[in-house]
Design a binder for this molecule. Sequence first.
Ligand code: GDP
Length: 141
Amino acid sequence: MNETDTLTIIKPDAFGAGKAGHIIAHLEDAGFRVVAATVKHLTLDEARAFYAVHRERPFFSSLVEFMTSGPCMPLLLRREDAVPELRSVIGATDPAEADEGTVRALYAESKERNAIHASDSAENAEIEIAFFFAGTERLRA
Ligand code: GDP
């Protein structure tokens, strides 16, 4: 089995609404295992750095404000084909366009307050894992 790792963040909207446990159960039911987890209130500089790729977009300052509005929960997840499988499980960016039964269809409020982040490539997954979990032991269950 070719298991790979990816990074997700339960965003401040869903974490603050007490949905972290529901979302983790959803991800485990979809075959993901939690390798590492933390709860973190991002600083402005951290949120700007994490979303640097979007810095020229009109929603950048609003996104940074949202992501620093309360604690969030980054998780390192593992399963076969983890990156594309997680993108599929979370659904489209805008919950109005997300497939039924996806995390965003179930828990997101809006295109911005959309409950969950997932890495969009294997390369970005390793960069994003290092952002939150550098030095963390990645144990095999
Ligand atoms: P993702 O990969 O599905 O998370 O989407 P993107 O990488 O394109 O965008 C990153 C995050 O920025 C999204 O998850 C949303 O929280 C936010 N976002 C994306 N597009 C918009 C938009 O058009 N308006 C606003 N306000 N936020 C957006």
